[in-house]
Design a protein around this ligand. Structure first.
Ligand SMILES: O=c1ccn([C@H]2C[C@H](O)[C@@H](COP(=O)(O)OP(=O)(O)OP(=O)(O)O)O2)c(=O)[nH]1
Length: 149
């Protein structure tokens, strides 16, 4: 799949997204910052990535996800938990960096902050019905309804 990418910050010119290994699902996104940014405990900040993409095809979206190392070791995850990038979005990709830990963390310029995953999506149509025409085993059960004796 070919995706149009715009370099929004000159520092990203030589740092286009690339899969680290043949099996990688995610592309690292960097913190395109002029200077280090201190993220206090439970603070969050919108961080530019220096890149814009245009997926074009409504059959795809991109997800911004945390990097597991940064999240697990330092508590740096996403303020919106998951970032959803629409296929018609053309602005700069932004990362909401949230320090969910109780220790301050300093984000360094060009540090790999999050990752981008391209996923297929389905745009559904909806029709209104009075009742569903096929009863299922689950029905309206949820929230731990299965596996009870
Ligand atoms: O982590 C994120 C999440 C979103 N976006 C961009 C791409 C996305 O297509 C656009 C809108 O995101 P979303 O639909 O989640 O935002 P909203 O709060 O619902 O605002 P809008 O009314 O603009 O859709 O913002 C990012 O750059 N990073």
């Amino acid at each position: 799949m070919l995706i149009d990418v715009r370099v929004m910050d000159a520092r990203m010119a030589g740092q286009l997204p690339a899969y680290a290994t043949p099996g990688s699902a995610g592309l690292d996104l960097r913190a395109c910052l002029d200077e280090p940014v201190l993220l206090a405990p439970n603070a969050w900040q919108l961080v530019p990535t220096g890149l814009a993409i245009h997926l074009r095809d409504p059959g795809y979206a991109a997800l911004i996800l945390p990097r597991s190392g940064l999240g697990h070791k330092h508590g740096i995850v996403l303020g919106n938990l998951v970032g959803l990038i629409d296929s018609d979005y053309q602005g700069q990709l932004m990362v909401s960096a949230w320090n969910r830990s109780d220790v301050a963390y300093t984000l360094q310029p060009m540090e790999r902050l999050a990752q981008l995953v391209i996923v297929p999506v389905v745009q559904a149509q909806f029709r209104v019905v009075d009742d569903f025409d096929h009863a299922t085993e689950r029905g309206a059960g949820g929230y731990g309804s299965t596996g009870k004796a």
